[in-house]
Write a protein that binds this ligand. Structure first.
Ligand SMILES: [Zn+2]
Length: 223
């Protein structure tokens, strides 16, 4: 049975909290209904423990409230809207300040492809943008610039956190989970590299492409 977009957005938001990707009220997932001209997104300043399906905020493409919740939408709503307007193929966006991703955002270093799990999901290093403030469209523009350059569904925002772009809201939350996993594994591997004095090199480009295309083909998973 197909669930409503509101419910999917709610569940995707809760999944961030259940998997430890968000702290306090921070982070958010949204989903877009292009036919009805609305997006669903987490309300601003609400803790995940208290977040109900009805509290998910519906806004039109100009950011005006369009639904029943009566709550203010996330302060990150303008960035989500900017990306939806400029990338017609995406259906969900997720934003977190998850711990290990944030370490890479502070370093200004991309997360290298060290494992097949990383190659499977992203097929390339997770890029990092320069620092931008949150006035007007500056975050959206910087994310769009990096996405057009790399095509990566996860982008680290310099000195900030992570944005992921998915076909659906739940896919975007999954990308955030996997990006954090890759960042954590890479972080420890890169530290161990110095402790043990052994050089680590990223997986070979051809191998990365092989894993990525297998994972994204119909051969993987259930029908
Ligand atoms: Zn943020």
């Amino acid at each position: 049975m197909k669930i409503s977009l509101r419910k999917e957005v709610w569940e995707a938001n809760l999944s961030l909290w259940k998997t430890g990707l968000v702290y306090g009220t921070q982070g958010n997932v949204s989903g877009i209904d292009r036919k009805d001209g609305v997006i669903y997104i987490k309300p601003s300043g609400v803790v995940y423990e208290k977040l109900t399906e009805k509290m998910i905020v519906e806004v039109d493409f100009n950011g005006n409230p369009a639904g029943i919740s009566g709550l203010k939408s996330s302060v990150d709503t303008p960035h989500h809207l900017f990306l939806y307007k400029n990338l017609k193929d995406i259906g969900g966006i997720c934003h977190t300040h998850s711990k290990f991703i944030t370490v890479f955002s502070i370093l200004g270093s991309p997360v290298p492809v060290l494992t097949t799990a990383h190659a499977d999901v992203f097929g390339k290093e997770i890029p990092v943008s320069r620092y931008v403030d949150n006035t007007e469209d500056s975050i959206g523009r910087e994310l769009l610039r990096i996405y057009k350059k790399t095509g990566c569904s996860a982008i680290i925002l310099g000195r900030h956190g992570l944005f992921t772009l998915g076909e659906t809201p739940s896919k975007s939350a999954f990308y955030a989970l996997m990006a954090e996993y890759c960042a954590e594994v890479s972080y420890y591997a890169l530290i161990a590299e110095h402790l043990i004095g052994k050089r680590i090199v990223p997986l070979d480009k051809k191998e990365i492409e092989k894993w990525y295309s297998r994972y994204h083909s119909s051969r993987y998973g259930q029908k």
